[in-house]
Design a protein around this ligand. Structure first.
Ligand code: COA
Length: 357
């Protein structure tokens, strides 16, 4: 038996949903390069394509947002959680299988997929408003998912900010066999329901080594303040034994292609942080090259996520949950694909404890 603590070299599934080429720095989603998808597709189009790639057909997201909104009073104190990811996880967990309303999980994967993809932006935006002492804003079923999420969160969405956020949500919609997607597929393999799979996936995405990095990236940019201070600050982090957030990736050995897509998408918004981010990225790449010559460590998706989500006006506490809003369609597509595999995932372990004498 082969032991692999990170499962790096284990191919767990055949998938038609996305392909990550870590050496070439290429990401293909449902047959399209991420650069093309992010610049030409609405979130709805991209979600439809990944769900189709998973073997299903996606229903309308606008009515699903309204159904989720109507469910808010039934969420108890789920949205009172301190952390947006905890709130999203708890709110999704309320979508139990009664089948009474489209907002409640039906046990039917395609219906549940529409319900959770529509619900995520409503729950996260409502959490953000409540946290800021404001009243949640109702969804507009006629709006696009990205624009509606932004308006429900911030009270305003211009064409430019909605378009930038849409490019982000499309860019992160799927990404190979990452930890949260794997989690969703493992849960599905037990013949559990799609909502449970997405609840588990949110838990996996929450960790700072996966989806929890963009908030800390913005904290880092704030702490550095100006390009001239980047090198000293970064050296201090490494000396303290900490990693540079937004740098490095398990698969990519070159710059994450999504970093370039997001860097381009944020340009029209004239963010004051963009120049600083570029300078910090350059300094971090140089230092890490010197420190770890054998391990290429370049910017990952989270680096410019932080700049973009900040520039569209979302609070940093919502960054990781916004990643989940985008990734929800990818998780659902993988549930559909895994359902057809129909085999329980059950790896082996090696016992290293004592044996009874
Ligand atoms: C993403 C990440 C978890 C991938 O890690 P991984 O594939 O498991 O790589 P490893 O943990 O094996 O790291 C390999 C080496 O590079 C170093 N390294 C990796 N990322 C680093 C970073 N961001 N800053 C400093 N050093 C880093 C590790 O310390 C390790 O060094 P060592 O061999 O001397 O112990 C890692 O790069 C990281 O923690 N990045 C920061 C968090 C982040 O941006 N997460 C978002 C990911 S999209």
């Amino acid at each position: 038996m082969v032991t692999s603590s990170g499962l790096d070299s284990v191919v767990f599934a055949d998938t038609a949903i996305s392909h990550v080429d870590g050496d070439a720095g290429r990401l293909v989603i449902a047959g399209f390069d991420v650069e093309q998808l992010a610049t030409t597709c609405s979130y709805e189009d991209a979600a439809r394509r990944v769900i189709e790639a998973g073997g299903g057909e996606l229903g309308m997201l606008g009515p699903a947002r309204v159904a989720a909104w109507q469910m808010l009073p039934q969420l108890g104190d789920a949205l009172a959680a301190q952390d947006a990811m905890d709130a999203l996880r708890a709110a999704l967990a309320h979508m139990h299988s009664t089948g009474r309303s489209p907002a409640l999980a039906s046990g039917d994967d395609l219906r549940d997929a529409v319900a959770v993809i529509g619900a995520a932006p409503v729950f996260v935006a409502a959490w953000g408003r409540l946290r800021a002492g404001k009243t949640p804003l109702a969804p507009d079923p006629a709006a696009g998912q990205a624009a509606d999420y932004l308006r429900m969160s911030t009270g305003a969405a211009t064409d430019a900010t909605a378009r930038a956020l849409e490019a982000y949500l499309v860019t992160v919609i799927d990404h190979g066999m990452n930890a949260s997607t794997f989690t969703a597929r493992v849960i599905t393999s037990t013949a559990s329901d799609l909502v449970s799979a997405t609840v588990g996936a949110v838990g996996a995405l929450k960790g700072p080594l996966h989806g929890g990095a963009p908030g800390p990236v913005l904290d880092m940019l704030d702490a550095i303040g100006e390009p001239a201070k980047a090198e000293a600050w970064l050296l201090g982090e490494l000396a303290a034994g900490r990693r540079i957030m937004g740098m490095g990736h398990r698969i990519y050995r070159v710059r994450d292609p999504r970093a370039a897509v997001l860097e381009t998408a944020v340009k029209p918004l004239a963010s004051p942080r963009l120049e600083l981010a570029r300078a910090v990225e350059q300094a971090a790449a140089k230092i890490l090259r010197e420190r770890k010559p054998d391990r290429p460590l370049a910017a990952n998706v989270e680096f410019y996520t932080a700049v973009l989500l900040d520039a569209v006006g979302l609070p940093r506490e919502q960054f990781a949950a916004t990643f989940a809003v985008g990734r929800m369609a990818g998780w659902c597509a993988h549930v559909l694909e895994q359902r057809r595999v129909g085999r329980l995932v059950r790896p082996a372990s090696r016992y290293v404890g004592p044996m009874p004498s």
